[in-house]
Design a protein around this ligand. Structure first.
Ligand code: A4P
Ligand code: MG
Length: 203
């Protein structure tokens, strides 16, 4: 019996189970051809026309070679998290998550995402500084790896409701490989998010 087949605990435990296989209701990495991979990509923006940037970047990801954006989540809004904690004086973020199918290898996907960030005027001057666009790879299939460019799953995704909430909306069975199920992990997140409505987007 695999860890994911076992009865779920009464109390969420972020280190268990190790979801090395998708649950039946999870967006499955197994239902496509061998050169296709499932990736979860997170979008963040707190400068400029945030909603437009995220929607444009989603279309640009869909146009990458061998890549299809399956679905983009709703937009959520939250205060900026900085290294010292929440910064109420910084511009607020809009965040979203997309489910993507791609034949790009993980580092090539990251390179392509960095190019899209750059096209949208992303600059890097301080850690977790304000930005027009941040694109993070949250998961790539069930891969767990880390090198000097890329860590998978994204090392801070498990602590961030601005990633987990929109992901859960798209995939109620979502899991972070090696960390746990998203619907359990989100209970441990301190940063609240609000829905960002289309009316606000239009204004
Ligand atoms: N990198 C390693 N793994 C990955 C991955 N899985 N996906 C490397 C994307 N990049 C990955 O990223 C720094 C380095 O991480 C890159 O060189 C890349 O090769 P970056 O985009 O240059 O800088 P960053 O985003 O400021 O750094 P970091 O540490 O990834 O920040 P986070 O964790 O993305 O947090 N508050 C709200 N409310 N909403 C937000 O979206 N985002 C951040 C940034 C902080 N506070 C926020 C939000
Ligand atoms: Mg980033």
């Amino acid at each position: 019996m695999s860890a994911v087949d076992q009865p779920r605990p009464d109390q969420p435990r972020p280190d268990q189970p190790r979801p090395d296989q998708p649950r039946p209701d999870q967006h499955s990495p197994d239902q496509h051809s061998p050169d296709q991979h499932s990736a979860v990509i997170a979008f963040g923006a707190n400068l400029g026309d945030r909603a437009r940037t995220i929607r444009t970047a989603a279309a640009e990801i869909d146009a990458l070679p061998g890549t299809s954006l399956i679905i983009l989540s709703s937009l959520v809004e939250s205060a900026a998290v900085k290294p010292h904690g929440v910064d109420p004086d910084a511009p607020e973020y809009l965040n979203a998550v997309a489910l993507v199918e791609t034949s790009l290898e993980p580092h090539d996907l990251l390179t392509a995402l960095n190019a899209i960030e750059h096209e949208h005027g992303r600059t890097r001057s301080e850690r977790w500084g304000d930005r027009t666009l941040d694109l993070d790879i949250i998961t790539y299939d069930l891969l767990e790896m880390s090198d000097d460019r890329l860590t998978l799953p994204h090392p801070r995704a498990a602590e961030r409701s601005f990633v987990l909430a929109p992901w859960l909306e798209l995939d109620p069975g979502a899991a972070l490989p090696g960390r746990g199920y998203v619907d359990e992990l989100i209970a441990f997140c301190a940063d609240p998010v609000r829905e960002h409505t289309e009316a606000e987007v239009a204004s």
